[in-house]
Design a binder for this molecule. Structure first.
Ligand SMILES: Nc1ncnc2c1ncn2[C@@H]1O[C@H](COP(=O)(O)OP(=O)(O)OP(=O)(O)O)[C@@H](O)[C@H]1O
Ligand SMILES: [Mg+2]
Length: 338
């Protein structure tokens, strides 16, 4: 049995061959800082962020799509996989997604974390490639596809053709950076200190990067920076737009940069098909519109945007045999085996 894992900065998703997606939980670990004992992982740990007692921490061990705290990621992966592998899986083969711009050291850290579960071999695939396969594209054909997988830690943009990447760019400011900007904005404007989970809920509820047709409000609760007492403020979608637009424009600029470097034959294909957006942040109101206005191209958001990468990793299990049989080696989208 083979397994696919999408280790996202925000969420970890697991796909098991013949079963489909079996797990989708927050990439968060709660642990004791002195003993390193793990208290909770996944969604349970997420609900503890900012609420832990002294000596206990709830953290996102992945940052900007790469592993920031490797021991915690190893524990998280092992615990989550044990939860979903009800039947004892003997040394499975694992496919996992990685950002396009990743160093050898960062790649090795991903492989080691996934290997901690006791796997036979680890295969890597870049996130936009997995996302395109998840969307149902035949990425091995000589046809250009521009896909932007916009998540919490990264916006991974790539032009694909013949199973490979022609041009790519990874921006390390996406959903999480927007949450941080919302926290800063509310502190500066209202002297109110809020947590990142509150900022994320606000972004999901009323966040936008294009002037909204109708103004919406969201009640953010936190601590008054001066009095130290609890307080709330009703913020509007226009205010959130002001806080997060710069991050969105950084993603738009990266997409334009990729287009400028794309070979002319592939640009023709992209002109016909448009740009495909995947990842959780693709759903942010107005993001697709500003990308479309700025590039003058059609932009489509996949309806299961956040699940395209894990679906694509799952579908790529079929390529493992090709990688393992060097004689048949053709244009396999999987990067390498470790
Ligand atoms: N409806 C929504 N509106 C705005 N943002 C959203 C919405 N749904 C999810 N998000 C944001 O999308 C991001 C999560 O996307 P995704 O699940 O693709 O990230 P990830 O795969 O864990 O991270 P990465 O691939 O960057 O390491 C979060 O920042 C989340 O707040
Ligand atoms: Mg992702």
């Amino acid at each position: 049995m083979d397994i696919a894992i999408d280790l996202g900065s925000d969420r970890t998703r697991v796909f098991i061959e013949n079963k489909g997606k079996v797990l989708d939980e927050a990439s968060v670990v709660t642990y004791d800082v002195d003993t390193n004992e793990i208290f909770a992982v996944g969604d349970k740990a997420y609900s503890m962020i900012g609420k832990t007692p002294l000596g206990i921490k709830a953290v996102h061990p992945l940052d900007s799509g790469v592993i920031a705290q490797s021991d915690l990621v190893e524990d998280m992966v092992s615990i989550l996989l044990k939860e979903v592998c009800t039947v004892k899986v003997v040394m499975p083969r694992v496919i996992t997604a990685i950002p396009c711009d990743i160093t050898e050291v960062e790649k090795r850290a991903v492989v080691n974390s996934v290997s901690s579960f006791g796997v036979r071999r680890v295969y890597l695939i870049e996130s936009p490639k997995a996302a395109a396969i998840g969307c149902g594209f035949d990425i091995t054909s000589p046809h250009g596809i521009l896909i932007a997988d916009i998540g919490s830690g990264t916006a991974d943009i790539a032009v694909l053709s013949l199973g490979g990447i022609s041009v790519s760019k990874t921006v390390k400011h996406a959903g999480n950076a927007m949450d941080d900007e919302i926290v800063k904005y509310i502190r500066k404007k209202y002297n109110l200190i809020i947590g990142t989970n509150m900022a994320e809920s606000c972004k999901k509820a009323i966040g936008c990067v294009k002037a909204p047709d109708e103004e919406k409000t969201f009640r953010v609760k936190g601590r008054d920076a001066v009095s130290g007492m609890p307080r709330f403020v009703d913020v509007t979608s226009s205010e959130i737009k002001e806080a997060i637009t710069e991050i969105a424009l950084g993603i738009v600029a990266a997409i334009k940069d990729v287009l400028e470097k794309t070979p002319p034959e592939l640009i023709g294909d992209i002109y016909t098909d448009g740009i495909i957006l995947t990842g959780g942040l693709a759903k942010l109101s107005g993001l697709a519109r500003i990308i479309s206005e700025s590039t003058k191209l059609k932009v489509r958001i996949h309806k299961e945007a956040a699940d395209c990468v894990i679906a694509g990793c799952g579908k790529s299990i079929k390529y493992i045999e090709e990688v393992e049989k060097p004689k048949q080696k053709g244009l396999t989208p999987i990067l390498a085996a470790y």
